[in-house]
Design a protein around this ligand. Structure first.
Ligand code: AMP
Ligand code: TRP
Length: 327
């Protein structure tokens, strides 16, 4: 069975972009792949964090993974910091990553060009740690939103570089980026990605938002004055984003959604989008509330840790032996 692996950072509550761009796909893949998902809590501290907050977010994230349909007996769900082999290989890979490659990473370049000061070395070398997350498990596929594609490409380059230098050590993974929903946009500013780090909460629907607040956010989403429900990202980014959200949740194509709402007024269209979003949130939150009453979260992490560590420790041993770090 091919192996699939992905991680999500617990820097905030999970939102609809995470669900459509990532989580929901992990759930679908469980039937055909060996699915591995982890909470990338080491990645989180590349920027200063409130320790209590990250702890809460990661707890909620595991609960939400399960509530969204990940099955702890089929998928391996674990905490990155529970498998420290990731960090160990991260350092080894950082030693094989060129400075110029890290300089070219969009996430780093963007921050730099905006004049960010005091960026940490951990943030700069973060792509090497992400490569380690993937390579230590010999993942075949890495499902991510399109913002992460560049990091997976660097991971491929690193795998090939290590294999050329030392003989075959790593599987070369492929990014998996879905066509619809790879980038859900902010509801208030549909030219920006929906994101946990939003200044204003109005543009971002959290999976644990009250349904009332979620409905309100959709109803007040920014649109345009063209008065036509059409998928045209350039001229109608707000409407196109709502169409994408609807199509993803209702599991129909963008074309079908467009045809369905062709003659709708914006208010009625938004109401239809809000209905599917609210139904989704009710379902997820109902399951989440049951899950948090039980010990499933800690059981999931314990069995995930055991499975992930068994693989990662063997791999790290092989890498260490090959590099002459120990025999
Ligand atoms: P992050 O929240 O940045 O840790 O991202 C976790 C996963 O969700 C990654 O695979 C991202 O590419 C994906 N993701 C995050 N934000 C969005 C978004 N607005 N639209 C689609 N996918 C997203
Ligand atoms: N960098 C990813 C993000 O910001 C999270 C992540 C860390 C990840 N390690 C990974 C994703 C390995 C896929 C595979 O969203």
């Amino acid at each position: 069975m091919k192996k699939m692996l992905s991680g999500i950072k617990p820097t905030g509550e999970l939102h609809l972009g995470n669900y459509i761009g990532a989580l929901r796909n992990f759930v679908k893949y469980q039937d055909d792949y060996d699915v591995n998902v982890f909470i990338a809590n080491l990645h989180t501290i590349t920027f200063p964090q409130d320790p209590e907050e990250i702890n809460k977010y990661l707890h909620d994230a595991i609960g939400l993974y399960l509530a969204c349909g990940l099955d702890k007996d089929r998928a391996t769900i674990f905490l990155q910091s529970d498998v420290l082999e990731h960090a160990n290989l991260g350092f080894i890979l950082a030693c094989h990553t060129y400075e110029g490659e890290l300089d070219r990473m969009t996430q780093y370049k963007d921050r730099k060009s905006k004049g960010a000061e005091g960026l940490s070395a951990g943030f700069y070398t973060y792509p090497s740690l992400m490569a380690a997350d993937i390579l230590i498990h010999d993942a075949d596929f890495v499902p991510v939103g399109d913002d992460q594609k560049q990091h997976v490409e660097l991971t491929r380059d690193l795998a090939q570089r290590m294999n050329n230098r030392y003989g075959k050590l790593f599987n070369v993974p492929e990014p998996l980026i879905q066509k619809v929903g790879a980038r859900i946009m902010d509801l208030q500013d549909p030219t920006r990605k929906m994101s946990k780090s939003d200044q204003s909460d109005k543009g971002c629907i959290y999976l644990l938002d009250s349904v009332k607040s979620a409905r309100k956010k959709i109803m007040s989403a920014q649109t345009d004055s063209l008065a036509q429900v059409k998928y045209d990202v350039e001229n109608q980014p707000g409407i196109s984003n709502l169409l994408t959200i609807y199509a993803s949740i209702a599991d129909v194509s963008i074309e079908d959604a467009e045809a369905k709402f062709k003659d709708y007024r914006y208010g009625d269209f938004k109401k239809a989008v809000a209905d599917v979003v609210v139904a989704l949130l009710e379902d997820i939150q109902g399951k989440f509330n049951d899950i948090v009453q039980t010990d499933i979260i800690s059981e999931t992490l314990a069995s995930g840790k055991a499975k992930a560590q068994a693989y990662a420790s063997k791999k790290l041993k092989l890498v260490n032996e090959t590099l002459g770090i120990h025999i």
